[in-house]
Design a protein around this ligand. Structure first.
Ligand code: ADP
Ligand code: GLC
Length: 490
């Protein structure tokens, strides 16, 4: 009876290290920004907790200061923090301010590497988030933590708060957005962040001589999810398991793959105010305007508008497979196309792309930056969108491209494989093009299949229509999360 009441007006607390529109480096922010809205739309009450970074402060959100408090860390230092609240669209966002940890140029580190105190920074966030929930006096039914940065919350719940009546009935969900990022630190981190040193054993947080924060999420949450069905199977294999596949197989009974969605209130070319012209499936004139503007934006000759534009918006990390593009670049430019890339990330990939751009200045537009307006102009102004990922837990950019009538060319892995169906020019079914092998030959063959359809205008129009008709709205996935919350509450 009492569980029924709890599921009817379910109260959910999200813990995430980035949340759009406040702070973003990748897809986690989009998910942590949009899923709460969809859950609230389905009747749940949602609070979102995140650090109060410099990036957030610069945007000056109209927050209300709630209170100041202190946490004594494992070294006995009493560290102050301030909690600010912003209520918008039915969601309360609670910001944890502690300037020595979060008032920095970047969220996680520089191009040269991670901040060395990330273990302390994010365990502090997780701990302060739990204290904040308790201090509000409003119980939560579900704590839903995301990625390694929030995972310490699951360890604190189990080992610090196990006797606390406020937390006793709370059930927990942990979502893995990317298994490759695990938050690994030296053994002594446990003592410093106020967790028992006895957790340094293989059945708890030890991992090849280090402490692994992600393990806390996988081990101690009531349910574990990842962001696409295929990725949830892949991570249980040695190839994709990043050393944790054994543990994930052990936890397979509580492991679920729930596909991410798209917030179409934000990602829709008919409403997007950041793109040069608006358009929809019935009238694509605005898309041509966007293409011309995109070409200008990247300083390419106007004649590029006559060729297909292959766009890329990506973190430049090994995961995303741009070394394959760099290797194949001379072959790629034997095709009649223009390549446009927006990305930031690892120094080495940036340098390789810069060198390739120098070699093909009229055909290759490159910006090393994180820029929302440029990104959206690429989704709108390109003909194709290339995602050659080695692995991809879900991937949002292929879903955004579809909505903007830009055809994805992707490697068939993780969520890319779950969302993209190869276009068949005979039956005219499908929404993109995909290749299996992570090889130059497979990439080029896929690109050739795609380019062949671009030249056939009648077929192309059907393909664009298919793409724009896809519906990956959050409502379905939010329902899947609510079902899961109900299951672990009952
Ligand atoms: P990941 O989270 O692995 O980076 P996703 O496809 O899930 O990949 O999400 C990437 C998100 O980050 C998208 O919203 C994309 O538009 C955005 N993004 C990535 N790189 C940039 C960039 N350089 N400038 C602006 N937005 C970017
Ligand atoms: C991660 C993954 C990406 C996914 C995103 C949001 O950053 O790399 O595939 O879409 O999280 O879940």
């Amino acid at each position: 009876m009492c569980y029924n009441n709890r599921t009817m007006n379910m109260s959910i607390a999200f813990l995430a290290s980035e949340v759009a529109p406040f702070a973003k480096t990748g897809g986690l922010a989009d998910v942590a920004g949009a899923l709460p809205v969809a859950l609230a739309g389905a009747g749940a009450s949602v609070r979102v907790l995140m650090p109060f970074y410099r990036e957030v402060k610069k945007k000056k959100p109209p927050v209300r200061k709630l209170w100041e408090d202190r946490i004594v860390d494992g070294l006995g230092r009493s560290l102050p923090y301030t909690v600010h609240e912003l209520k918008e669209a039915g969601i309360a966002t609670l910001f944890i301010e502690h300037d020595p940890y979060y008032d920095r140029d970047f969220l996680y580190g520089t191009a040269a590497g991670d901040y060395p105190d990330n273990g302390e920074r994010f365990s502090f966030f997780a701990r302060a988030a739990l204290e904040t929930l308790k201090k509000t006096g409003q119980a939560a039914d579900i704590i839903h933590a995301h990625d390694w940065q929030s995972a310490p919350a699951l360890a604190y719940l189990r080992f610090l708060h196990s006797g606390d009546p406020f937390f006793k009935r709370i059930r927990t969900v942990f979502t893995i957005h990317n298994l490759a990022y695990q938050g690994q630190f030296e053994k002594d981190i446990l003592g410093r962040i106020g967790l028992p040193e006895s957790l340094f054993n293989l059945n708890d947080l030890e991992f090849y001589g280090k402490v692994n924060f992600l393990k806390a999420g996988i081990l101690y949450a009531d349910a574990v999810t990842t962001v696409s069905p295929r990725y949830s199977r892949e991570i249980q294999t040695p190839e994709f398991g990043c050393g944790l596949d054994g543990l994930l197989r052990q936890r397979s009974r509580v492991l679920h793959g729930i596909l991410n969605g798209v917030d179409y209130a934000s990602w829709d070319p008919a409403r997007d105010v950041l793109i040069p012209a608006r358009y929809g499936p019935a009238d694509l004139a605005g898309k041509s305007v966007c293409k011309e503007e995109l070409i200008r934006m990247f300083g390419l000759p106007a004649s590029a508008a006559e060729r297909p534009v292959v766009g890329v918006v990506s973190r430049l990390a090994g995961q995303k497979g741009f070394d394959l593009v760099a290797d194949a670049v001379d072959e790629i430019f034997k095709r009649d196309l223009t390549l446009i890339v927006l990305g930031t990330g690892e120094e080495k990939i940036q340098e390789t792309l810069k060198a390739a751009q120098k070699a093909h200045p009229d055909r290759f537009g490159l910006k090393i930056a994180f820029d929302e307006k440029v990104a959206r102009t690429i989704y709108a102004g390109s003909d194709f969108f290339l995602i050659p990922s080695r692995y991809e837990p879900c991937g949002l950019t292929q879903m955004y491209s579809l909505k903007y009538g830009t055809i994805p060319v992707v490697r068939a892995t993780g969520g890319l494989d779950d969302t993209i169906r190869e276009f068949d020019p005979v039956s005219r079914s499908g929404n993109g093009f995909k290749f299996d092998d992570f090889t130059e030959a497979a990439l080029l063959a896929c690109l050739d299949r795609a380019l062949a359809q671009w030249r056939n205008k009648a077929v192309w129009a059907d393909l664009v229509r298919n793409a724009m008709a896809e519906d990956f709205s959050w409502a379905r996935s939010a329902q899947a999360y609510l079902d899961l919350y109900r299951e672990i509450l009952s």
